[in-house]
Design a binder for this molecule. Structure first.
Ligand code: NOJ
Ligand code: CA
Length: 714
């Protein structure tokens, strides 16, 4: 199904000042590529007659070599168009259309004779472009010291941003116009993680979401970040130009490359409808197809975990209380247990039982392996070996028990960012997993990277994450990476890298100022543009003084909103994050978590406005049922939901797990109501969302009896 048309245009003369125009398949977007008088490559993007960017500069700066930013002539222009479909291993839709027009500008730098290709792919909802360096004698090994890529915007757009920190994305979002971005001040307010890297005053993280005064939504990110550092944007607050910054390595260099090679794609998504950006598949399309051929072992799943108790302080990861333990020389059975260790054989069995009773697939167990006495604070290089269980965690007994109950244990590898230690030990760790029946792992990179000087987002770590995903793929292991670089659609290529954290997850509500109610209405427009997030939704016990009097923290949500997040925040791995005993008190509401799928045939974002609300409908994979999630920020809201996407002339039953009339995230967060109605494709439901609230809906074809018995929605 690949329609391809290649036109090569050969130029014999220098073509500075010459410009080339490319339109998207349905002519929604237009790209203009041009060399300036100085031979600098520039691009300019428009939607209809409106400019998204003014002509913007491109190119790279190199160490001890002239920059690849000017003095170019065009040797050749190739254009191609592609229109194909592919099926993801798992995802929000079962089929993805990849339809774009491509322009590849083959450039030569006159003074040095070096060649560079700038490849543009123009889709109807966005642009991708990257720099490519063919094998050539005048450019072999080179060190990138900076990237020239600019996005010359047309106004002082409203923007949703977090500081451009090389080590972490775990910040709440700030909404401001470009001229008021102040990443430095914002970053100083949030020191919960203690990893913060030098942050430029006006440097922000991507995906960077903007909304222009005349109603345009623009999202800038990157696709297929491989063998290169993550990209940040530096905001020029006078002329609204964004320029590219890259995470450095220990020497301040950005990337070490060898021809033939290329950079990741730079992406600009654009639409007049915010909801459409959430359905864009452009970032995914710019990634290479799966390197894993046999994928039947990759299974989207829901899991519970020995986890929230540690974040609540009712259990510990560590077995003993003494610190500064030497991994190699400690007889763990002689240490005095602290009495609060979470990952005991008995407790793990309780979680396995709960998962089995409720049809959940997995149980994550954190704190099962020796080393947690030292994991944070002492920051030693050798903290964990990933193969030695604590004396009270009987891995063989649990393997047999889980198998008997039809539940999978999920491995946990907290590296505490001692990355060379992890790389040294990973083969043994994988063998341990294979021997003990584990086929999924949650990795973690808390703290500053060891060796010091490297950053979570630098080329060195980007390569580490990819190498680990590849190793797990070879061994048929699914991966969920916490504290990793933020994703860029590489789950198309490595579908076993199913989720990442790489943002401020629900856990921040446990022990910090937390995530304001608007947080989850912004995440899909920012962090999730690159791929699924392990947000860990599903907290039912919302006020945390329940665990210890005086605890002033709470999750900034209603209970119904926690359910809605399973739909609005797409991930093929979803945790039911609360403790079993809290679910057992609300089994009627827990039913939604049991029923909600983690893999879908179709997705429709019905309504969305970043920072305000999101309403998403998804159709269960291979089934007739639809699930809808609606969430709001701190404002209560009436949301009309049109069922026009249902089959006409058919009766369905909708179950609404909604906020009770008196619910409020702060004063009455756990008040919910469950209602059933019959509906058709003509029904428009009026959902009432409480302040900080939400609703989760299940829509299924009605049986004859249900059609008679259940009240029609009016
Ligand atoms: C941070 C992770 O995000 C969290 O989920 C985990 O429990 C801790 N690190 C310990 O590894
Ligand atoms: Ca984290």
């Amino acid at each position: 199904m690949r329609a391809q048309l290649i036109i090569a245009i050969l130029f014999c003369v220098s073509l500075s000042g010459y410009s080339q125009v490319l339109t998207s398949p349905q002519k929604k977007l237009t790209l203009q590529f041009q060399l300036t008088e100085k031979g600098e490559p520039t691009y300019q993007l428009s939607i209809g007659n409106k400019k998204v960017t003014e002509p913007s500069l491109m190119g790279l700066e190199l160490k001890e070599q002239p920059a690849l930013t000017e003095g170019f002539t065009i040797a050749r222009i190739d254009t191609t168009s592609v229109n194909e479909k592919w099926n993801p291993v798992w995802g929000e839709v079962k089929e993805i259309v990849n339809n774009y027009r491509e322009l590849a500008a083959h450039l030569q730098q006159t003074t040095t004779g070096r060649n560079m290709i700038i490849r543009f792919r123009l889709f109807d909802d966005g642009l991708g472009f990257r720099y490519e360096f063919p094998a050539q004698s005048k450019l072999t090994y080179f060190t990138v010291t900076g990237e020239r890529t600019q996005y010359q915007l047309t106004g002082n757009h409203k923007s949703f941003w977090i500081p451009g920190d090389y080590d972490t994305n775990e910040y709440p979002y700030t909404t401001s116009v470009l001229s008021e971005v102040d990443a430095l001040t914002e970053s100083k307010k949030y020191n919960e993680i203690g990893t913060q890297s030098p942050i430029g005053k006006n440097v922000v993280q991507t995906p960077f979401m903007m909304n222009s005064a005349d109603g345009l939504y623009i999202n800038i990110h990157e696709a297929a970040l491989l063998n290169y550092p993550a990209m940040y944007l530096k905001v020029n607050q006078e002329n609204f130009s964004l320029s590219t910054e890259l995470a450095p390595d220990a020497f301040g260099n950005k990337a070490y490359l060898q021809t033939p090679c290329n950079t990741p794609w730079r992406t600009v998504l654009v639409s007049y409808k915010a909801a459409d950006l959430l359905m864009s598949k452009t970032i995914l399309n710019l990634n290479e197809p799966s390197v894993i051929k046999e994928t039947s072992w990759i299974k989207p799943q829901k899991f519970v975990g020995i986890w929230w108790g540690m974040h609540m302080g009712t259990a510990t990861w560590n077995y003993a209380d003494q610190g500064n333990i030497i991994l190699k020389n400690t007889d763990w059975s002689k240490l005095k247990p602290n009495g609060k260790h979470g990952a005991t054989t008995q407790n793990t069995k309780r979680f396995i039982d709960f998962a089995a009773t409720h049809g959940l697939d997995g149980v994550l167990v954190e704190g099962w392996n020796v080393g947690w006495e030292d994991w944070a604070g002492n920051w030693k290089e050798e903290v964990f070996d990933f193969v030695t269980p604590y004396p009270d965690f009987n891995v063989n007994e649990l393997q047999a028990y889980a198998k008997e109950k039809g539940v999978k244990l999920i491995m946990h590898h907290e590296t505490s960012s001692s990355v060379t230690n992890y790389e040294r030990r990973i083969d043994q760790a994988i063998r341990f997993m294979k021997d003990h029946g584990y086929d999924a792992v949650k990795t973690g990179y808390v703290g500053r990277i060891i060796p010091r000087g490297e950053f979570h987002d630098g080329q060195w770590m980007v390569n580490h994450f990819t190498r680990v995903a590849e190793k797990f793929a070879t061994n048929k292991i699914m991966m969920d990476a916490h504290e990793s670089v933020r994703p860029t659609g590489q789950h198309r290529t490595y579908p076993n890298w199913m989720a990442s954290e790489a943002a401020r997850g629900n856990e921040f509500n446990a022990w910090s100022s937390g995530n304001p109610p608007e947080h989850e209405t912004i995440l899909p427009f920012t962090r999730l543009m690159g791929g699924p997030m392990d947000y860990t939704p599903g907290i039912f016990q919302i006020k945390l003084d329940y665990y210890n009097t005086g605890n002033k923290y709470q999750v900034h949500t209603t209970l119904a909103k926690q359910l809605a997040l399973y739909v609005t925040m797409y991930s093929p791995l979803q945790m039911a994050a609360d403790l079993p005993e809290n679910y057992e008190k609300h089994l009627d509401a827990f039913q939604f978590i049991k029923d909600v799928p983690v893999d879908w045939d179709d997705t429709k974002v019905l309504e969305a406005e970043p920072g305000d609300y999101i309403v998403t409908a998804r159709k269960e994979k291979g089934k007739q049922a639809w699930f809808i999630g609606a969430i709001t920020d701190e404002d209560k809201r009436d949301v009309p939901v049109s069922f026009s996407f249902l089959e006409p002339n058919k009766t369905y039953v909708v179950t609404i797990y909604g906020d009770a009339p008196d619910a409020h995230w702060e004063t009455n967060p756990m008040a919910y109501a469950i209602q059933n109605y019959t509906v058709t494709s003509k029904t428009i439901l009026k959902l009432k969302l409480a302040a900080g609230g939400g609703a989760a809906l299940v829509v299924k074809p009605a049986t004859a009896e249900q059609s008679k018995k259940i009240k029609r929605y009016k």
